[in-house]
Design a protein around this ligand. Structure first.
Ligand SMILES: Cc1cc2nc3c(=O)[nH]c(=O)nc-3n(C[C@H](O)[C@H](O)[C@H](O)COP(=O)(O)O)c2cc1C
Length: 182
């Protein structure tokens, strides 16, 4: 069995969470959405995450705004290709239908009530279900401010969540594809 993590990230916080989830899964690959292509084909578990923008999944224009804000302050790290297509929304749109393959969704968002922030993971989970995935988990990880950093303990929590997902879907010791494996 193998697992893959696909993420979108503008400032790097969601990437850090994705990498921790991949570790928790036992060494799964974590791929930026721009590099993911058809990488989910044949996976037994896909875990998909992105930042919450405007109460939901990012759009081309929200990613553009995020990159512009960082360029204006000149101090904030921006992930390569952060405002390029496909974003997570486009990648999910083009995802081939899966017949009950297991999946999980996560997001990063501000540390406030979800009623105020919105939860991108809900939209990710809905799209995965629409494509025939069985969604077995949905989780949010919290940032202190728009550019980060993550709240204390979120990396450890992400690792633990990955391990819990691996248990739930029965990924074995050699279950996930090792980083760099084809
Ligand atoms: C344009 C824009 C809109 C945002 N809208 C929201 C929002 O509605 N709710 C929220 O909790 N956080 C919002 N944020 C904060 C993001 O969730 C935060 O930047 C993200 O979690 C950081 O992840 P990243 O480092 O992977 O980009 C917004 C950020 C930007 C740049």
């Amino acid at each position: 069995m193998n697992a893959i993590v696909v993420y979108e990230s503008v400032y790097g916080n969601t990437r850090a969470i994705a990498e921790a989830v991949a570790q928790g899964l036992g060494g799964a690959r974590a791929l930026a959405v721009a590099d993911a292509g058809g990488a989910s084909d044949g996976a037994d578990l896909i875990v998909v995450g992105g930042p919450t923008h405007m109460h939901g999944l990012s759009t081309k224009s929200s990613r553009h705004m995020a990159v512009n804000a960082a360029q204006e302050d000149g101090k904030t790290h921006v992930e390569e290709g952060a405002d390029q297509e496909p974003g997570l929304r486009g990648w999910l749109h083009g995802l081939p239908d899966a017949n009950g393959v297991r999946a999980a969704a996560f997001d990063t968002r501000l540390d406030k009530s979800p009623w105020l922030t919105g939860v991108a993971a809900h939209g990710i989970a809905r799209r995965l279900r629409h494509h025939g995935y069985e969604v077995v988990g949905s989780e949010s990880f919290l940032v202190q401010d728009s550019e980060g950093p993550l709240e204390d303990g979120e990396i450890e929590r992400a690792r633990a969540w990955g391990a819990k997902l691996a248990d739930e879907v029965g990924l074995g010791e050699s279950g996930s594809q090792q980083a760099g494996a084809a």
